[in-house]
Design a protein around this ligand. Structure first.
Ligand SMILES: C[S@@+](CC[C@H](N)C(=O)[O-])C[C@H]1O[C@@H](n2cnc3c(N)ncnc32)[C@H](O)[C@@H]1O
Length: 391
């Protein structure tokens, strides 16, 4: 049964698809024992041919499961493109991680074309093979003259390169491990086990040494937490950052996602963790429901992301809310409705800006974190909005 009464019922095809992934998960559990949450998340998102990101679900837009900032219209991409333009142009490369439907790529390329800042190449690194086809189709339709600059990679660049790297809502998909702090009873790790009736359930086992170390890094004083207290840590973040950005020798890396600085992430009131699943525009909190049909994500600990970048040789240079970032990078120009005669278009643009910037929508929940390596900070005036002291 759906975890909440307002989740739509999956179609018979979806249910059959999920049943195949469930069978694969149960077979793995029978072989290996309960799967820690990171392994479970990796399988439900990326299992070849079965996972959410590898099995052809619509994902984006009205018919999909969620809407991202680039899907709302061109405003977000145009502001990001303007912000990164000083790091691009001739002899420079742009790398987008997790390019979704290709909407960001199309709008950003068009903006750089207008600004005379087109990079030589627009590289895309995406784990989802079917999304690559969709990205190519979006580019052919929206910016046919620029689509030839885009190239899809199977692995991050290994030779040194110069330019900018960008990822919107990708870090939240990196697998996280889940802990449960039980006060005097100690620290446990949550794992996914098979039930005798053919389903899955969450179990707990005593935390191992890496989990205890991650907990100690994340939580200053466990005595301040309610018991039980469930939350997440992202053990793969450092290695992932180094892998995707390690060869960027001169440029900017910019990440957007929902999340908090560490001091706000592990607050007592967030006692059930930050995992959020999306199914047909409904957010729900049960990652075990119909595996493979929901996007499973966790909020990003931006302090951990800053540490990961720093360890990979980057300077964290600007942390800001999405709203602050957009206001500092051209929103008033890009979002100027005054020049638009068509009333419907004017209203649509105003609504897009509200969604992107209002605190109750994406404006505050989403954050931007920019890193520099070998690049002169003075060339990016918007770095002045940095709230890095909050990290
Ligand atoms: C929530 S979507 C965001 C898509 C797009 N950036 C947007 O804003 O619309 C996540 C995207 O990241 C991709 N993805 C997930 N995990 C990834 C990873 N580890 N490396 C690269 N891409 C990944 C997915 O295939 C998908 O394109």
């Amino acid at each position: 049964m759906p975890p909440s009464t307002d989740l739509p019922l999956p179609s018979p095809e979806e249910a059959a698809h999920s049943a195949r992934l469930l069978a694969a998960l149960r077979a793995e559990i029978a072989r290996e024992g309960p799967l820690d949450f990171a392994r479970y998340m990796e399988r439900v998102l990326y299992a070849p041919g079965l996972g959410y990101y590898s099995a052809g679900r619509t994902k984006f837009g009205a018919a999909g499961d969620f809407t991202t900032a680039p899907e709302l219209g061109a405003v977000f991409a145009r502001c990001v493109a303007r912000a990164l333009a000083p790091a691009l142009g001739r002899g420079r490369t742009f790398l987008e991680l997790g390019a979704g439907s290709g909407a960001f790529a199309a709008a950003a390329l068009a903006e750089w074309d207008r600004l005379g800042a087109l990079p030589d190449e627009y590289l895309v690194l995406d784990t989802s093979a079917d999304l690559r086809e969709r990205q190519a189709a979006t580019l052919e339709t929206r910016v046919p003259a620029l689509a030839g600059r885009v190239r899809w990679l199977d692995a991050p660049p290994s030779a040194p390169w110069r330019g900018a790297l960008f990822a919107n809502e990708v870090v939240d998909a990196l697998p996280v491990r889940q802990f449960c702090w039980r006060g005097a009873d100690g620290l446990f790790e949550r794992a996914v086990d098979a039930t005798p009736d053919g389903g899955l359930r969450m179990v707990e086992r005593v935390a191992d040494a890496p989990m205890r170390a991650a907990f100690a890094r994340a939580i200053d004083d466990p005595a301040t937490l309610p018991v039980p207290y469930v939350s997440e840590v992202a053990p793969q973040l450092g290695a992932w950052f180094a892998a995707v950005a390690g060869a960027l020798a001169d440029g900017v890396a910019l990440f957007f996602d929902y999340g908090y600085p560490r001091a706000e992430y592990y607050l007592p009131q967030r006692a059930t963790g930050t995992v959020v699943c999306h199914y047909r525009h409904r957010a729900h909190a049960d990652p075990l429901w119909m595996p493979g049909l929901s996007d499973v994500t966790a909020f990003v600990d931006f302090t951990a992301l800053a540490e990961a970048g720093h360890a990979a040789g980057f300077l964290p240079a600007c942390y800001a809310s999405q709203a602050q970032f957009l206001f500092a990078t051209g929103l008033s120009e890009v979002g100027d409705t005054g020049a638009i005669d068509d009333v419907a278009m004017r209203l649509a643009l105003a609504q897009e800006i509200r969604m992107l910037t209002l605190p109750g929508e994406m404006g505050e929940r989403f954050k931007a974190l920019a890193f520099l390596r070998g690049f002169d900070a003075a060339r990016l005036p918007w770095l002045a909005i940095d709230q890095g002291h909050r990290l």
